[in-house]
Design a protein around this ligand. Sequence first.
Ligand code: FAD
Length: 306
Amino acid sequence: MNEQPLYDVLIVGGSFAGLSAAMALGRSCRQVLIIDSGHPCNQQSPQAHNLLTHDGEPPAALLARSKEQVLRYPTVHFLEGRAVSGTKDAGVFEIMTDTNAVYRAKKLLFATGVTDIMPELSGFADCWGISILHCPYCHGYEVLGQETALLGNGAMAFEFCRLLLNWHKRLTLLTNGQCTLTEEELQQLRRFDVHIVEQELSGFRHREGRLQAVLFRDGTELPMEAVYTKTAFKQHSAIPEQMNCTLTEGHGFIQVDDLQRSSVPGIFAAGDNTTFFRAISGAIAAGGKAGACINAELSEEAFKVE
Ligand SMILES: Cc1cc2nc3c(=O)[nH]c(=O)nc-3n(C[C@H](O)[C@H](O)[C@H](O)COP(=O)(O)OP(=O)(O)OC[C@H]3O[C@@H](n4cnc5c(N)ncnc54)[C@H](O)[C@@H]3O)c2cc1C
């Protein structure tokens, strides 16, 4: 016999989206278990920005305070651990963790985020989130006036350059090999004095993640303080796909509707794992919505005549 209680909701991922959902559910008196492995995507960033009332605070401090507030609701429980698989049996969801423990619930929320894939360039991972940046809204203001580059090529690089010129009047485009922008795009960038460098990179020189120079394969280097780029990424957890949640074509986000419902009844998803718009505010909003929608679904089901 399974000794585990049947929770109303299991939340896999206890960062911004997961904690926000847990708050809505805790305040709805739902029995909730959050399972979290403790690796939010922005953990290396010294500060988080573009977040009302918390602008400039360390992400870890924001999460610690959020967790403390959410766990004041006695029906919300938190487990540090990694979920490794999931099943649905007779209308009950089961999640197994890396310690072989099994937890059961009526509803499941994936707030598992995504994992950024670091390119094999020396120093890149050390600088990620500190001086190698993914987003000007999050970090652009802090590097205004610094020697700045964009690492990218083709149409993506052109569009990203156009955006970045709002923050950085002097910008270098590092194409890391032959430039694949069109002649028209290049002409437009030249109008804004974007300096284009096609040399292949070998890595980055830095001190504790603070960039000092871009290093090229031919042994030369270029002094640099901030680099933007878009990395490849993948779902942080393979369980949603394993449980047959449909992923979107191209980026592989968990497909959700307006109520954060995945393609599998009873499974919800919220936060970075569902959207290209990556921001703490967005994850908090989506998590809060998921919490309310899950509660509404549970209420509706409790009302149904057997
Ligand atoms: C470097 C960087 C800097 C950023 N800076 C900012 C900023 O300044 N301002 C801003 O608004 N946004 C910023 N963002 C974006 C912001 O961090 C994300 O939008 C936000 O963290 C998404 O929250 P989330 O809860 O969806 O996912 P995450 O915060 O990534 O959290 C996912 C959680 O799920 C857990 N998890 C995953 N799989 C499992 C599993 N199998 N079992 C248990 N737990 C699991 C992870 O350990 C993690 O704790 C930044 C992003 C990056 C990459």
